[in-house]
Design a protein around this ligand. Structure first.
Ligand SMILES: Nc1ncnc2c1ncn2[C@@H]1O[C@H](COP(=O)(O)OP(=O)(O)OP(=O)(O)O)[C@@H](O)[C@H]1O
Ligand SMILES: [Mg+2]
Length: 948
């Protein structure tokens, strides 16, 4: 295992060091190194088109993936936690648990859990309700945070730790002093948490290998901020599914300790958030929603309420438009609130100096990993260990032991079967594949040649899984999964619906499935157990693997608390040998600003919002702001030809030209005397709706045209308007399907096609393969086609049927639906700013709701609870849990008995999330009542009395 002392590094970095790293990166073509094209793929491998870029306020396509960062829903780990809890319960002196209950949080702000580090002997103090009240040393009692609940006597056997979030593991481990690895894990965590810089509330970046325990440290800091400093906290996570998992995991803690957990993901989240007078809020948000939240706090003058912002997976700063958005969030906070502390972490950072300069942050790093990860590379039948000390980075380890028939050799030239059967079914294995199709092919190929005995392993549970998936598919089951699941194998990629992915993940975590073939999207922040991770090829789609991607993928092996060992095997063809040597030996890629590259979604959109939010009012102030961005830090390297000032002025010029800003751009020298810039109404609508500047004109035109003759007999016309523009680029209509769908519309609905500009004759001719002279806009054609898909979805509420009808994967159909829901809500905000579009407000409010919950209306209240997807909501509803209040007041034990395949842990999390949501809603109403009844301080009577 790698050791290595912690190192706190100050911001300064020698100029030569920075130059070196820049030179290196530059030689790889800076921000987006040219893709090394993949040579022709092997049998069954179909290169996929690049995924469409995320859009608008949508939380991006990746949001769709069921990535889970916390341990909730992870049964094998949960089983271990259960054991720990049992031991804890037995070892805790129950009388000490009920002591110190009277004291309300009289905590010194800089307390930190980690004063305990210096204490000679420590003891955790629990309140009767089960939350931590502090660590008691021989001499002192430091932290006393009691729950709102009445003190109650703890019964032996009460699982008072059941609902605690992962942060508590640290405490379990303190009590149990279990494994050396755990101890080491908490050692670095203690060191990090007690850093002087943290206590001085300086910003901090910390970096440790995957599974090092980074997220846990962040959770502790968050609790400290909420409870000790009594400030709101924003936690930014990369994917919707991870946000939901965190909301699940932290809700119970919020209930016990009296803070609110608010979800900002997908279509959830209130702007601005409700101002709570009594309680503090933890906003858990995706990057996109986090940005809207920060904007709304700045707009309402409340940004100072945010005491802490935590960004998990900080390297996302370098990833396309999402990176640009993350940069905007951080730059705006840095500029507008000096009291908000920023903490970012990642396992894959290289040019930390740039990031430190941007965030004005200290840096902590340590190369500790609780579970040793051995890296191997397989070339033909030889396996080499990655070894930094060896001359070319690899040392021979062993020959792969297998006996293949010539037929099998042909079918499985990479010896995947030999590799996986070394671990499954007793241990689990992830096989990363370059494409979605390849995932399915590999899963099927492996099953075809597996010994039939594999079928016997946990046979009944696998049958249950098949039954569940069938229910999720409303009677349909993917034929590939039907063949592979009996062997304990499944594929996992974005072609599955989120419900299916979630169920498959659960089954894999519980060991019912022992092997998943998956795409790279399962690589980020996931806590799925894998003894062995196999990379089927060093490619993602057709692009050669980047070091960061490689590290994230192999990091899934040997997760702390789940496995005691982990190894990765990268399968390499002879011809790629030299590339792979570079890959394993090279440093991680640098993280570069995307503000400039993502022009309309980056710098232009930023400048528009700066003026809109009155953060900066003239070019000089805007330039000043830009100097503080990551782009400002890296500008000389990223854009040699133009100065930052020139780039800023050019972007402002574009905004004025587009009619989004008003003001005159004078020459650079005259800048100082220049008058203020103003945002136009269209500009205000664009920034408020988070509309990509590339489409704001088109959107305005389309809505304006709609005012002249919107067909409202059905929602088809409205759906056309809410179909995201960017989704049209990768759409390839099947003309026969187009024609069939068109023919099934009634005459009024068919008019919609003509109004938007797709004549019937065009569709007919295309379907019959005739040549067409008339030029019809491709974007309009594709948009109409996609709106047919959405229309079918709203009518049928069955993704399976619709995906079959349109010959699209169900994951894609679901993604389209989510994107349309997001865009619809963005359009609503757009229309709210433009008087002429008042009529759309009511229409879009209703449509957004229908798109967001494309399910039977009765399931909607249940699906508002974080992480409750359609199939679970249906189960709950059918069992009599029909409202939020039913869920919030449910007994988890009864839930477990009544709902099939619901673990106790999941039941508890559903109940606490429902409780949290109910409480949050009720308190919002109470706040509203109080606000309404408040006596104004400036009444004329009041003013009279103050007159002399
Ligand atoms: N001190 C600890 N004692 C026991 N288990 C721990 C400790 N710290 C973290 N863990 C557990 O280790 C696992 C990995 O931790 P965590 O998710 O925080 O790692 P990470 O560094 O954020 O990984 P990644 O980079 O992949 O996101 C989790 O299951 C977590 O609950
Ligand atoms: Mg993490």
């Amino acid at each position: 295992m790698e050791g290595g002392g912690p190192a706190v590094r100050r911001r300064s970095r020698s100029a030569s060091a920075r130059k070196r790293s820049r030179d290196r990166a530059q030689s790889r073509s800076a921000c987006s190194p040219p893709a090394r094209k993949r040579p022709s793929s092997g049998a069954g491998e179909e290169p996929q088109p690049a995924p469409s870029s995320p859009e608008y306020n949508n939380d991006s396509e990746e949001d769709m993936f069921g990535d889970y960062d916390s341990f909730s829903g992870n049964d094998s780990l949960l089983a271990q936690v259960d054991n720990m809890e049992q031991e804890c319960i037995q070892s805790i002196d129950l009388t000490s648990c009920t002591k110190n209950m009277e004291d309300k949080a009289t905590v010194e702000p800089a307390f930190g859990y980690l004063q305990l580090q210096n204490a000679k002997s420590k003891e955790l103090i629990f309140s009767a309700a089960g939350n931590i009240t502090g660590f008691r040393t021989e001499e002192e009692n430091h932290l006393r945070i009691t729950s709102e609940q009445e003190n109650r006597t703890l019964e032996p056997g009460d699982c008072f730790l059941d609902d605690l979030p992962s942060s508590q593991l640290l405490c379990f481990e303190e009590m149990n002093k279990t494994s050396v690895d755990s101890r080491k894990s908490s050692e670095w965590q203690h060191t990090c948490l007690t850093l002087e810089s943290l206590q001085q509330r300086k910003n901090l970046i910390y970096s440790l290998p995957t599974s090092g325990g980074k997220t846990l440290v962040a959770e502790i800091l968050i609790l400290q901020e909420l409870l000790c400093r009594q400030k709101d906290v924003l936690m930014v996570l990369p994917y919707v599914a991870i946000v939901q998992e965190k909301v699940w995991a932290l809700s119970s803690f919020g209930i016990e300790l009296g803070f609110l957990v608010e979800e900002y993901a997908g279509s959830k989240g209130r702007f601005p958030p409700i101002k709570r007078r009594m309680k503090k809020s933890l906003y858990i948000a995706t990057i996109e929603k986090g940005h809207s939240l920060v904007n709304s706090l700045i707009e309402t003058g409340r940004i100072g309420d945010l005491g802490l912002v935590v960004v998990d997976e900080l390297h996302m700063l370098g990833e396309g438009s999402r990176g640009a958005t993350l940069e905007m969030i951080l730059a705006k906070i840095l500029y507008t609130s000096k009291t908000t502390q920023i903490i970012g972490m990642s396992a894959t950072l290289n040019n930390v100096g740039d990031l430190q300069q941007f965030l004005q942050a200290e840096y902590y790093t340590n190369n500790f990993r609780p579970v040793e990860l051995k890296e191997y590379v397989k070339i033909q039948d030889s396996i080499y260990e990655v070894d930094n000390k060896a001359e070319n980075g690899l040392t021979f380890s062993r020959l792969l032991n297998f006996k293949y028939s010539s037929n099998l050799q042909k079918m499985d030239p990479d010896h995947l079967i030999a590799l996986v059967t070394e671990v499954i079914p007793n241990y689990s294995c992830l096989v990363f594949c370059p494409t979605k199709k390849n995932c399915e092919n590999v899963a099927e190929m492996i099953c075809k040649y597996l010994n039939k005995e594999y079928r016997n392993h946990r046979e009944n549970e696998k049958q249950d899984l098949i039954k569940d998936l069938k229910n999720i598919g409303k009677g349909s089951l993917c034929p590939v999964l039907k063949r592979t699941i009996p062997f304990g194998i499944a594929y996992h990629h974005s072609g599955l619906t989120s419900d299916e992915r979630k169920r498959i993940e659960e089954a894999y975590s519980a060991g019912v499935l022992c092997l998943l073939t998956c795409t790279s999207t399962l690589a980020a922040g996931v806590n799925l157990p894998a003894r062995r991770v196999i990379l089927r090829a060093p490619y993602v789609a057709t692009e050669f693997l980047k070091k960061n991607q490689y590290k994230q993928m192999i990091g899934r092996a040997g997760r702390a608390g789940i496995d005691s060992a982990g190894e990765s095997i990268l399968i390499v063809q002879e011809k790629d040998k030299h590339l792979v040597r570079d890959l394993v030996n090279s440093p991680l890629e640098n993280c570069y600003s995307n503000l400039f590259l993502e022009f309309t979604k980056g710098i232009q959109s930023l400048l528009l919002s700066l003026v809109g939010l009155k953060i900066a009012r003239n070019p000089e102030e805007i330039y000043h702001f830009m100097c503080g961005t990551l782009f400002g830090v890296q500008q000389q390297f990223l854009s040699k030809e133009k100065s930052l000032s020139a780039i800023t002025r050019e972007a402002l010029g574009c905004l004025i030209e587009k009619g989004l800003l008003k003001g005159k751009m004078t020459s650079e020298k005259e800048q100082k005397s220049q008058s203020n810039l103003e945002i136009t109404q269209l500009g205000q609508a664009t920034y408020k709706g988070s509309i990509d500047l590339a489409y704001c004109d088109a959107l305005y035109r389309d809505l304006k045209k709609g005012l002249e003759g919107l067909v409202l007999e059905s929602c088809l016309h409205l759906l056309y308007l809410t179909t995201p523009y960017d989704m049209t680029y990768h759409c390839r209509p099947d003309w026969m399907i187009y024609f069939r769908q068109f023919s099934q519309l009634n005459s009024v609905e068919q008019k919609v096609a003509a109004i938007v500009g797709v004549p019937e004759s065009f569709i007919t001719k295309k379907a019959s393969g005739q040549a067409i002279k008339k030029d019809v806009d491709n974007c309009v054609i594709n948009r109409l086609y996609l709106s047919f898909v959405l229309y079918a979805l709203l009518k049928e509420t069955n993704i399976w049927n619709v995906s079959e009808k349109f010959n699209m994967s169900r994951g894609y159909v679901q993604n389209l639906l989510n994107s349309a829901a997001s865009f619809s809500s963005c359009m609503l905000h757009f229309c709210e700013e433009l008087e002429e579009f008042w009529v759309y407000k009511a229409l879009l409010t209703e449509l957004t709701k229908r798109l967001t919950y494309c399910v039977k209306a009765e399931l909607i209240p249940l699906m508002e609870v974080a992480g409750v997807l359609e199939s679970r909501a249906k189960q709950l509803y059918d069992s009599g849990y029909k409202t939020l209040a039913h869920l919030a007041n449910a007994d988890p034990e009864t839930l477990v008995k009544m709902i099939e395949h619901l673990s106790r842990h999941q039941a508890r999390q559903i109940v606490s999330s429902a409780k949290m949501l109910l409480r949050e809603k009720a308190e919002a109403l109470q706040e509203e009542v109080e606000e309404l009844l408040k006596v104004p301080t400036d009444t004329p009577e009041g003013l009279l009395t103050t007159l002399p």
